[in-house]
Design a binder for this molecule. Structure first.
Ligand SMILES: NC(=O)c1ccc[n+]([C@@H]2O[C@H](COP(=O)([O-])OP(=O)(O)OC[C@H]3O[C@@H](n4cnc5c(N)ncnc54)[C@H](O)[C@@H]3O)[C@@H](O)[C@H]2O)c1
Length: 321
């Protein structure tokens, strides 16, 4: 067994613990700045509570660290884990500013540890199916449209969370890049703060990414209200002849070649389970996991450049990504 420790025992720390137990791996150590949360997960899933993040990371029992905390703590925890030679599962977004993202990538690259970013959407089977059905899309139309995030939630805090665009927009950007299979060249966006006056965040963004192969990805991200028919996540791919729509939390896909329609259905969302499975098999196989630190950096930098584009009303080159 790989010795795994989880830092951050909230909603997603618990989700990963559940997946790791179901995958037969389990969790050795838990840590949270709220000790009761760590104790709850240790009791529920087995394992012990560490006294500090440092103790968990330094423990000889621990080979890989899950970082499931708020976004402003990802960089320091990931740096510490890398310095101790521990592999990292880093919840998305990698961070909400470029300095933190680069610190993480530099530390991971320097230490030569494996690092996975938690881009669960791409691990749903119908995302893989979409890639197979339309391997060379010329047009990608995607959205992440959620119900309004409360003003006082940590994720809407400009420092701890960064708002919905930076928090979950990275899922859409990552998957669009995976579908395009090409280098992103530039981004043009409009948007701003439309629903959360007084909070320094971008809550609405409509962006277009142009890829080196000519593919265009049009992505809208907002907490303006969940989309009633297709739901929060929506990805449409077209190549001039074929088109498909992936929706209903990645559980339904409709594909057409212009004559015949095919419908594919999954009964549950499998992203969390499958990304954990990928992380474990990468560690066992001594290989870099899919959705590594460079994918984490790519998604957040594209979003940061898109926010800059919306502010300046200029197209921004993505040549430093
Ligand atoms: N992949 C997904 O679909 C998905 C969905 C929701 C959240 N997330 C991500 O998961 C991460 C955690 O989100 P959440 O919803 O579980 O939040 P949460 O508030 O439920 O849990 C976060 C926990 O981290 C703890 N914490 C904060 N700072 C800490 C520190 N320095 N050391 C140890 N513990 C600390 C908090 O006390 C809290 O218990 C975030 O990166 C978030 O964006 C991912």
């Amino acid at each position: 067994l790989i010795g795994i420790g989880i830092i951050g025992c909230g909603l997603i720390g618990e989700t990963h613990a559940q997946c790791l137990v179901e995958l037969g791996e389990g969790v050795r150590l838990f840590f949270d700045i709220d000790p009761a949360r760590a104790a709850d997960l240790a009791e529920k899933f087995g394992g012990k509570v560490a006294k500090s993040a440092e103790e968990l990371i330094a423990s000889p029992e621990i080979e890989a660290v899950y970082i499931c905390t708020h976004h402003d703590t990802h960089a320091s925890l990931a740096q510490l884990a890398a310095e101790h030679g521990k592999h990292i599962f880093l919840e998305k977004p990698m961070a909400v500013n470029e300095v933190d993202c680069r610190k993480i990538v530099d530390a991971v690259d320097r230490a030569k540890v494996y690092c996975m970013t938690g881009f669960k959407l791409r691990f749903n089977p119908l995302a893989t199916r979409a890639k197979e059905l339309i391997p060379k899309p010329t047009l990608i139309v995607a959205h992440i449209l959620d119900d309004r995030w409360p003003d006082d939630s940590w994720a809407n805090d400009p420092v701890k969370g960064g708002g919905n665009v930076l928090s979950q927009g990275c899922h859409a950007v990552d998957l669009a890049c995976e579908f395009a299979r090409s280098k992103p060249l530039r981004v043009l966006a409009e948007g701003g703060n439309l629903h959360h006056p007084g909070i320094d965040i971008t809550d609405t963004l409509a962006m277009t990414i142009t890829f080196a192969n000519g593919t265009l990805a049009n992505i809208v991200i907002a907490d303006a209200g969940e989309s009633p028919v297709v739901g929060k996540f929506s990805f449409q791919l077209m190549d001039g002849t074929h088109s498909l729509h992936l929706f209903d939390r990645m559980k339904q896909l409709v594909y057409t070649d212009g004559k015949t329609e095919k419908v594919f259905t999954e009964f549950e969302e499998l992203g969390f389970m499958n990304e954990n499975s990928e992380f474990l098999s990468a560690l066992r196989g001594h290989r870099n996991p899919s959705a590594d630190q460079h994918a984490g950096l790519r998604a957040t930098l594209i979003l940061l450049r898109a926010i800059e584009s919306a502010r300046t009303h200029q197209s921004i080159a993505l040549d430093t990504i």
